[in-house]
Design a protein around this ligand. Sequence first.
Ligand code: B12
Ligand code: SF4
Length: 480
Amino acid sequence: MKYKHALFLNPYIESTATSIMRLFPPTGLEYVATSAEDSVDKLTLLDLRYEEELCDTNKLLSFIQREIDIICVGIGWDRQFKEIRDLLNKMPDGIPLVVGGYKATEQVEELFQTCPKIDIIVRGEGEETIKEILKGMPLENILGISYRRADKVIHNGHRPLQDVDRIASPNRSLRKNKYHLTLNGINVANLEFDSVLSARGCPYSCKFCTFSLNPLGQKRNYAARHAESVVDEIEGLTAEAILFSDDNFFANIKRAEKICDLLIEKKIKKRFIAQARLEIAQHPKLLEKMVKTGFKILLIGIESPHDWILAQLNKGFDSATVRKSFTVLNGYPIYYHGYFIYGNIGETEKEMLYISTFAKEIGVDSITFQKLRIEKFSPLKELAVKTPGYHVTDRGELYSDMYSHPALKKIGKKIKFSFYRPLKLLKIACKFLRIKLFGFKDILSFLIASPLLLKSIITREIQKGRLGDSLKRIFIKNTA
Ligand code: B12
Ligand code: SF4
């Protein structure tokens, strides 16, 4: 073997983290590490979110220096992108550094420019590519990579996509930790989480979701694994709560029904979370089966209450459909989390604030809302640049002369506090009990952890200098 000990690293920087970042395993990195197992003598998979010792950068670097002869890092999200690049720049000289993941593929050129230590970037799906790198194949012959040669960056051609049924599921025994619900670093429930990828790609083309337009990216058309293979994978898992990481688990309704049927037939009792589109409301038979199977949470992209914005984003439905769909969905004991986008091109503050009212009206249980990002290859870029007063930063942040970043942040806070009123928080807790997401043991461990949790929340708010403001917004008046 060319390499004795490969490190597969999920980077994470504690100081700028948000609690939710710990809940699920790094699926993409685990797929690649699993595929690489037979190509190296030894493989260490490290999720820095759960490392007590090695999350200290100096200790991590000395571990790498002592033991590792190739480093493979996954960068999947925009979050902590700068901090991750700073970490990569500290990696020891002389040890090859390979990077891959969604964000790395989007930012190939920038990563080579800002991280002189990176040798190779694996673009798109990496299971086959990594094997060839680890075997020491000449770089010019490896499809799907970009690499440095002298002072230049060379982009090799795309790698053909593998049949999804032939890709091995993540080997969970590579993990050094289990995944639990932690809030502010405190373990609040016994429940173990895992994720299962049952399909890759998405048949829709919302305009803010732009990977397919990256000339260096490699987006597949929707391709789903056979129901039997998905259920076999689930059967072997120890976790009680499973997230289907698919873009949209219900893109093929018949297959989703078959997965439910098989899970019921095999008496596999787990709690499922899935990303879905509103269209699921048109399938009551499936919804009934989902409840029976143990589907507890659906994460649904609603994006906006305004028809003109939904059209601008090419979401494929209007606000009347959202309302109609939720009338159906609310008839089932499932927890609904809605994703919204605000700060759209031409959107006024009044329209942005309406997100909270709308979300309450349709009866969605919780929401998250993100400022519109105009990613590098977004078809919305042209509109943003053409619209007077609008600007896009190098990082894809959209702002306007009317709504600067701080102004949008303030609006975001108003939406948050207007939606999450004390009564709403109580309703969320009741809903969790009603849908039986948590069992008796989890509730008990939550109660035990709650004083510590409350203390940590208060400490964090004090550190950020916003305790008074948050309390005022929750209990007295929600103003900027
Ligand atoms: C599931 C999912 C989640 C889950 C997390 C699951 C998890 N395991 O952590 C949940 C619902 C919690 C979530 C949350 C968020 N998500 Co999300 N999520 C996804 C989704 C749908 C699938 C990710 C996945 O598992 N893909 C399957 C794996 C196999 O693919 P992959 O990760 O790309 O890995 C392959 C290659 O990239 C490569 N590779 C990956 N790592 C490595 C490493 C090496 C060394 C190599 C060689 C190769 C390699 O090989 C892998 C196998 O083929 C993606 C969309 C998508 N289709 O990718 C969005 C996506 C990644 N999420 C996104 C966003 C915005 C978020 C949130 C910020 C949303 C929010 N408002 O809170 C949060 C942030 C979470 C965080 N970590 O900070 C955006 C990211 C955009 C960006 N540029 O940052 C995406 C692209 C969706 C979108 N179109 O907008 N998400
Ligand atoms: S349905 Fe979801 S994953 Fe598919 S294109 Fe739209 S936003 Fe992207």
